[in-house]
Every structure is written in C-alpha cells, then in structure tokens.
Write a protein that binds this ligand. Structure first.
Ligand code: XIL
Length: 628
C-alpha cells in the first residue's frame, strides 16, 4: 500500500464507468455531443493510471508530482496529459514540457516518453496556492481518460507561469528516482512506517542496518539513518496519515525543504520511477534500454547509486549555475561527489577555521533534487590538499586530526550517504619513499598506520550512519598494490575498525588494467564482505605510458567505439563480481569531457562530449548495466 499516494493524490483510472454511463444517459443536444466526444477520447487507448500527488506544502505553495503508470500490456510511446486548477496556478515544472496557463498540458521529454507495461513515469511541479489550499485536480488525457486542453501560453500568462524542464528551480525531491512509488513500499516494514528524508518519503529498509539500502531493487533508508535527521523529519506513519505528517507548514519546514527563490536546480531526476525494477533481478530488463541516447537514463537501469563528480563553490563550471550540466545530471545520475570542494584544505584551511558554506550549498542542492552525496575526502596525502597548518603541526597531532575528522563528519552527518575517509594511503609499486608499503605522508609519519584506524573510528563516532570507505587508485590492478590494499582492509577488520567498503578510483587507461584483473580485484574485496564502489571512473583513449599505443589527437570514431566497449566491460565486471547488496555504486569523474582532469593531456575520458552530447561511451555504460 502506498499511504502517501492514497492520502494525497487523486487518481483517474482507465475505464471510469460511472462517468461513462452518466454521460450516456444524457440525450439532448450539446450534452449528447459532449458525451460522444468524451467517449471517443475516453475509449481511445485508455491505458494508464494517472495520479496527481502533493509531496510538500507550505503557506503559499506546494510541490508534487504527476505519475503515469502504464496499466496496459503494451508500451506507451509518448504521452500528453492535462489538468486544471480552481485557484492554484503552476509556478514551475520539471521533467516534462508543460504548456498553457490553466488548464495546463504536459508532454514527455525525449528520455521519459516510453513507459513499459507496469512501469511509471513521474514529473514534478510547484504551485502557487494563491490563497487556497493545495488542490488535487483530476489528470486527464487520452491515455488516462478525458481530453487534454490548455489555454495558449499568451501574453496574459502570469510571470510565474510554468517553466520548461530546463528552467532553474529549487525544490524538494518527491519525484526522484528514489521517490515512493506504489510498489517501492515493498521494502518498508509491515508497520507501514516510512522515512521522511528532508521532506521526501522513502521506504524504510527491512534488513539494512545503517545508511541507504537497495533491498528488493528498491531504494530504502535504514531506520537508524532515518532517525538521525533533525526534527521534524524521521520515521513517520504506521497508524497516522503519512501524508499529513509530511505536509510541513512554513513554520516547521526548514528552508532546505520549502522551495526557495534561489535558482539552483532545474529538475528532479525523476525518470522512470524505481517501481519499474523487477523484484527478482538486480538489473533492469534490457528491453527498457531505449535505442536512442536521448531516451537513456543510466540511473533507471541500476539499483545502486550512479554518481558523478561535480564542481561547485568558486570553481569554474560550478554545477549550481549550469543548466546544461544539471540537465545531464538529473537525467542520468542519482548521486554526486564534490570533485574538489569537500577536500581537506577547502573545508579546514586553518586550525581554527572550518569552511562549510560551499559544501553546504552543494549538499543542499543535492538534497533538494533527490540526489544522494558521496563525500570526498576526510584525509588525503596530496600535498596541495593538506592544509599548511597540518604540514608543520607541532602540537598533539592525533588530537588535531581527530578534531578535523569529527568536526567535518559531524557537520554532514545525516546529509551524506558515504565518505571516503582515507584516500590514497597505500604506496605505489614504484614508490621509493614507501614505508611498510604505505605512502610516507605526514599522517603516516606522525601516527603510522594508526592514522587510518583512528580516522575510521573517529568518523564512525561522528557519523554512525554514513558508509565509510577506504579509497585508492591502481588498486584494481590485481597486483602488489591490490595485495597491500587487501592486507590493509584485513588488518582493519581484524582490529574491529568500522570500515564499510573500498572505493576503487578507476582512472583507467584504454588497455590497462585488464578486465580480468579489474574483476578479480573487485571480487577480492567483495569476498571480504565489504562494499565495493567505483568512485572516480574515467576511461582515457590515449595510453601515454605505452609508446606503441595509438595516439589520438581528437576523439575519432574508432577511439570512441573502443572507449564505449571499455566502459561496457568495466560495468559488466562490476556486476559480475559484486553481489547486489554490496554495490556501493559507480561514479564517473565528471560530466563532460571538458571537465575532465585529463582534458589537457589531451584526452576525452567521460560520457558526454565538449558540447554535452552523449558519446558512445554512455551507451556502453548502459549496455554494461543491462547485460548487453
Ligand atoms: C582531482 C580533480 O579532478 C582535479 O580537479 C584537481 O585539480 C585534483 O584532484 N584522485 C582523487 C581525486 O581522489 O580527488 C582527484 O581529483 C583525482 C585523483
């Protein structure tokens, strides 16, 4: 049962016989014509259940979603629906092309037009209540009953009339791919309780003890993670109306929930709701892979996070100001990582200064748009990232490092899904300065391997719910460095250190490491019961370390095809080696080639080209997810 939808949505179902027979009984003039007209449309391919739901309401406005569920046995290819308010008016929308100024019409975007039997598509909206309560109008359209009409978007349309999906808005995440769809309640305990996660309802996990879970192909939040949120969020329902428990008044809704006027996001990544996942398989059916890149959505094909690294704060190309990036982000990804701004020196520039404003803005942006955050990184040796005061610290180094870890981890507790707690502590195979196989960093010099143990212990104390990862590069090689990484995690586990998983950066070359070695490395970690996350995936087309490798000075068709195949194989290896419950997800290290830290090599390692157009690599990634 979906308590949320039952309590807050009005639904038009196919074959509304009461209305039909009432109309048939009318025998005179215009009434007969209207009835005939209605029936003509009503009987045309009535194939969907169309619902209008409110997810969040405050004094002057509300947000919600319209969900179209294909109840027929054939695919819906393209949709067009409509609705009309008495008092409310639309102020923005996302993930659909909306026209009119009451009544309104909405049609699909390129990537969410196909709805397979039993599957759902949602798009979101925000309304101005204009002094009324949040209305729940009937949704009409040939697929769900009734006709669609919309007033032309004329010059009389108010300035706040519906914006297109690319318009910037800020809102809560009711329509995210993790939103509560009717069958996603399967993961909730029998109590009927759910998790109100900063204004969005998610199922509570049944077996996952902490953090986010992906049980039965559905996203869920563990009870401990859910209850770690500040009031008024947390576990709701189970006897009382869930809907009413999330209808936050403006006085109780923090600004991060009530839509703000600051324009920081354009669309919720609704795509195909999570309810479409078959419960018996962790991979979506390959038939759901659309043939064209425009209709692809990576996150709709996976039951684990699909992430991307983004820039923010004062960096050039901040995702917060780029509608092109946001468009790609919301279509394909449901998790983000700060490429830089959550690293040590950004957040802790001097001993007594912590600087969270930029990271807070990014985390809020993620939360408002239904994205989770993988945070990177609490401790990293890289010289420019070690705050200067730490390099020459003469006081109690462990105490100082504990303050560093715990101040940051506590600040983001409940707001990030996971942390790279320690990044790149293991020495390269060729590192002449290595000590016992570890990088001779200031942290190792001061504390030995204990800095790693303590970092996890401290992070766990400050944020007991986030998944805690050890992250490194060239550990997917199945060679001596992989062995040192495995020895480290074995030692951590033997000492009872709270580590949840291993992050493989995976900045790989076109021909190295081999897929067999990558798979074996993943498998070795998975066999230890830890989560495996690909944290920074990019696939270069040049191997500048191999003089006999081809040299590409542009992304040729051949190079792009080879890169696509490499992406496919890596994703497929991940699925083969890592059991569903241990998949921490796959994150690509940037959205489009121009953002890549290898762009100046030159190279083109990402999924979208310099014009944000999908590359063959995107389809390769998708094919890896679907087993094609
Ligand atoms: C890189 C960023 O992509 C660059 O923008 C920055 O100049 C340097 O750091 N391993 C990591 C990441 O863990 O933090 C690095 O990110 C890439 C290598």
């Amino acid at each position: 049962m979906n308590r949320h939808n039952n309590n807050s949505s009005f639904t038009t179902t196919a074959g509304d016989t009461t209305m039909q027979s009432a109309l048939i009984k009318k025998t005179l003039g215009m009434a007969t014509m209207l009835a005939a007209s209605f029936l003509a449309q009503h009987s045309f391919a009535q194939s969907a259940n169309c619902s209008y739901s409110i997810s969040n309401e405050w004094n002057t406005g509300a947000t919600g979603a319209i969900t179209i569920t294909n109840t027929s046995t054939t695919a819906i290819n393209g949709w067009n629906i409509g609705w009309q308010y008495t008092t409310n008016r639309l102020s923005s929308s996302w993930n659909a092309t909306v026209s009119g100024s009451n009544p309104y019409a909405a049609t699909n975007l390129a990537w969410n037009g196909t709805i397979q039997p039993g599957q759902s598509v949602s798009f979101g909206f925000q309304v101005d209540k204009r002094g009324g309560s949040a209305e729940r109008p009937t949704v009409t359209g040939s697929i769900c009953g009734g006709s669609v009409s919309s007033t032309p978007a004329s010059s009389s349309a108010p300035a706040s009339s519906a914006r297109s999906s690319s318009s910037p808005i800020a809102l809560s995440s009711s329509a995210s791919s993790r939103s509560v769809a009717s069958s996603s309640i399967a993961s909730s305990p029998a109590s009927g309780q759910q998790c109100n996660w900063y204004g969005t309802l998610y199922p509570l996990c049944v077996t996952t003890q902490s953090g986010w879970g992906y049980e039965n192909n559905k996203s869920c939040i563990s009870r401990t993670t859910c209850t770690s949120q500040p009031a008024p969020y947390g576990v709701v329902g189970g006897g009382s109306s869930v809907a009413s428990s999330i209808a936050l008044s403006s006085s109780s809704a923090p600004s991060s929930v009530a839509p703000s006027s600051s324009s920081i996001g354009s669309s919720i990544g609704s795509s195909v709701a999570s309810s479409i996942a078959p419960s018996s398989s962790s991979i979506r059916s390959s038939s759901s892979v659309a043939s064209s890149a425009a209709s692809l959505s990576l996150k709709a094909l996976a039951d684990f996070p699909i992430g991307v690294a983004v820039r923010a704060g004062s960096e050039a190309n901040s995702v917060l100001g780029s509608s092109q990036q946001q468009s790609v982000l919301f279509q394909h990804f449901d998790q983000l990582t700060a490429e830089n701004i959550m690293k040590m020196s950004y957040m802790h520039p001097s001993e007594t200064t912590f600087s969270f404003a930029n990271a807070d803005a990014l985390v809020d942006f993620a939360r408002q748009n239904g994205l989770s955050v993988h945070a990177h990184a609490l401790i990293w040796h890289e010289d420019y990232q070690v705050p200067n005061f730490m390099k020459s610290y003469s006081g109690d180094f462990p105490a100082m490092l504990k303050t560093h870890v715990q101040t940051i981890a506590a600040h983001f507790s409940g707001k990030v899904a996971s942390w790279d707690v320690v990044n790149e502590a293991i020495a390269e195979n060729s590192d002449g300065n290595a000590v016992n196989g570890f990088r001779n960093s200031v942290f190792y010099q001061k504390m030995g391997v204990n800095f790693i143990d303590q970092a996890f212990i401290w992070a766990n104390e400050a944020d007991p719910v986030a998944d805690l990862y050890y992250n490194d590069f060239n550990t997917e090689t199945n060679d001596a460095k992989t062995t040192r990484m495995l020895n480290l995690v074995d030692g951590l586990k033997a000492r009872g250190v709270p580590i949840d998983g291993v992050g493989f950066q995976m900045h790989v070359l076109p021909d190295w490491p081999s897929i067999a070695n990558i798979e074996a490395s993943f498998r070795a970690v998975a066999q230890r019961g830890l989560k495996v996350k690909i944290t920074e995936l990019d696939v270069r087309v040049n191997n500048k370390y191999n003089s006999s490798a081809p040299v590409y000075t542009s992304l040729t068709t051949a190079a792009a095809a080879a890169q696509a195949e490499r992406y496919r194989q890596i994703v497929a290896a991940y699925l083969r080696a890592v059991p569903a419950a241990q998949r921490g997800g796959i994150t690509v290290w940037g959205t489009w080639d121009a953002q890549s830290w290898f762009a100046s090599d030159p190279d083109w390692p990402l999924l979208f080209d310099n014009n944000f157009q999908p590359k063959p690599a995107l389809q390769g990634f998708a094919n890896g997810l679907t087993g094609q």
